[in-house]
Design a protein. Structure first.
Length: 123
């Protein structure tokens, strides 16, 4: 079962996403982080399959975090999820190593996008 690290500065968002993902049979949540610096530390420790990361966070935003994660864990799948997805184009996302950009909103849509990403993940 693929593991997910949830990164969002809102404890409530992390809780809701965790409960939703853990309620299914597709993913396991290996950890949570409240900002980019903590995300990098936890990702190095936990080695998740997917890092689900918010765009706007204190200390280090999602783009900066993704750039570091891509260097330290080159095979991890990085998914940016945000209410502000219109602020990042697919070209920028791809350039910094983000595999997928999904809007916050429907948890079912986020889970479906994560599952599709894992299903097409190269071995």
């Amino acid at each position: 079962m693929p593991s997910v690290l949830i990164v969002d500065d809102s404890e409530d968002v992390r809780y809701v996403v965790r409960k939703f993902l853990e309620g299914g049979t597709t993913f396991t949540v290996c950890g949570e982080a409240a900002d980019g610096l903590d995300a990098i530390k936890k990702a190095e420790e936990l080695k998740p399959d997917v890092v689900l990361i918010d765009l706007r966070m204190p200390k280090m935003n999602g783009i900066e975090t993704a750039m570091v994660l891509r260097r330290v864990l080159p095979k991890v799948q990085i998914v940016l999820f945000s209410n502000y997805t219109d602020e990042i184009g697919t070209t920028l996302a791809s350039a910094v190593g983000i595999n997928l950009v999904v809007p916050k909103g429907s948890l079912a849509d986020i889970a479906k996008s994560l599952k599709a990403l894992i299903d097409i993940k190269p071995s």
